[in-house]
Design a protein around this ligand. Structure first.
Ligand code: CMP
Length: 144
């Protein structure tokens, strides 16, 4: 079934100039971009986005990192989108990420791991709702 997921290209991916390469990998893998923009997360944005990790030892570093520079947020569509993007992205820890995955290629560390990919359909919808209103999501296949 065709459905949607949400991604964030993190500050280290943007700062290193890797967003074009990462988006190319995503598009070549068959995803369609339904919404995308570059933003600067506030501390509130980052803390809200990662609320599930509040209280964990890495939370403060994660918020610090995610607010250290601009990010690209995007809604992506594909058959089985959530699982498919997580396969392309690879393990959270780049040391454990498979050869050829985005994190294996572009992550610097467990925290600075280049990209976020939603882990369920429900979380994807909740996550993109933090950044996109329904009118900002392209529902028509103008460019296909
Ligand atoms: P992400 O997929 O965006 O979801 C939570 C983020 O927390 C994760 O990627 C990493 O950037 C960061 N993180 C840092 N340390 C850990 C850890 N030990 N386990 C999971 N996530 C971590």
């Amino acid at each position: 079934m065709t459905n949607r997921t949400f991604t964030i290209l993190k500050p280290n991916a943007v700062a290193a100039g890797n967003t074009g390469k990462i988006l190319d990998m995503i598009l070549r893998d068959g995803f369609t971009i339904r919404a995308m923009r570059m933003i600067f997360l506030s501390r509130n944005d980052a803390a809200r986005f990662y609320a599930i990790h509040k209280g964990k030892p890495f939370f403060a570093d994660l918020v610090e990192f995610m607010t250290s520079g601009p990010v690209i947020v995007a809604i992506l569509e594909k058959e089985n989108a959530v699982a498919s993007l997580r396969t392309l992205v690879g393990n959270t820890d780049p040391a454990k990420a498979a050869e050829g995955t985005i994190r294996r290629l572009f992550a610097d560390s467990l925290t600075r791991n280049a990209i976020h990919a939603s882990d369920s359909d429900e979380n994807a919808r909740q996550e993109w709702s933090q950044f996109f209103t329904p009118d900002q999501i392209m529902e028509t296949d103008y460019y296909l």
